[in-house]
Design a binder for this molecule. Structure first.
Ligand code: AP5
Length: 220
């Protein structure tokens, strides 16, 4: 299976991609996580990406694509993957289509997780992330058992630097201008499946499972 999760910042793409990846035994490939891993390792790519991410801008297409092609060339993606955060611009989508065609591959589907804007703001500002194991929490909707401590590995949770409210506003604007056109792009290809992301996490997972069954990817 090769799936793309499409949706605004805070829509729940990462949360749902994690669940699907575990269920289907394929990797969750998040471009945001790949960039953050690079800047933790202090690579040149990580330093470049951080400058854009801190301001809520997109990292340039050529930088992003080179990183994605490298990741999708790794052995664990051969049975498929769930892409979260890529593609995010029309050129990225077109170049991705060309790369898939060249490899004689095709996407199984593109899942658009649609969430009202007012909900997105509170999801992002309340998000807490584990810097060690990448688990994600929410102070209100999905709190850890002990405040600010990761349930899975015990590390102290942090707020992402791009989840400050002024940066969130820019990220939502950038989503509207740069990424939202991909909804039509994939609808024209007959690949788009929209789910209501305003529901609870479990309800969104159930909606995704229903849509996956419709495209012949049901799972027990
Ligand atoms: P990235 O890390 O991809 O961020 P994003 O797309 O802005 O998405 P988020 O991770 O913020 O949200 P999400 O939809 O995954 O929501 P989550 O599941 O965490 O990208 C960061 C930056 O990297 C970009 O701004 C850009 O600079 C750069 N970048 C990345 N890809 C790029 C590309 N292709 N090209 C160029 N630049 C790129 O959920 C959010 C919160 O809500 C959590 O706290 C969660 O617990 C909670 N939650 C989730 N679902 C629910 C629910 N149903 N009900 C209640 N709470 C929920």
């Amino acid at each position: 299976m090769r799936l793309v999760m499409l949706g605004a910042p805070g829509a729940g793409k990462g949360t749902q991609a994690d669940r699907l990846a575990e269920r289907y035994g394929v990797p969750h490939v998040s471009t945001g996580d790949l960039f953050r891993a690079h800047f933790r390792q202090n690579t040149e790519l990580g330093q470049t990406a951080r400058r854009y991410m801190q301001e809520g801008h997109l990292v340039p297409d050529d930088v992003t694509e080179a990183m994605v092609w490298q990741r999708l060339g790794e052995a664990d993606t051969h049975r498929g993957y769930i892409l979260d955060g890529f593609p995010r611009t029309l050129p990225q989508a077109e170049h991705f289509d060309a790369a898939l065609s060249a490899a004689n591959q095709r996407l199984s589907g593109v899942f658009h997780v649609e969430v009202d804007r007012a909900v997105l703001q509170s999801r992002l500002t309340g998000r807490r992330s584990c810097p060690e194991c990448k688990a994600t929490y929410h102070v209100q909707f999905d709190p850890p058992s002990v405040a600010d401590v990761c349930d899975q590995c015990g590390a102290r949770l942090v707020q992402r630097e791009d989840d400050r409210s002024e940066t969130v506003a820019r990220r939502l604007e950038v989503y509207h201008t740069e990424t939202e056109p991909l909804v039509q792009y994939y609808a024209r290809q007959g690949l788009l499946r929209t789910v209501d992301g305003n529901q609870s996490m479990d309800e969104v997972t159930a909606s995704l499972a229903e849509q996956l069954a419709l495209i012949g990817l049901a799972h027990d």
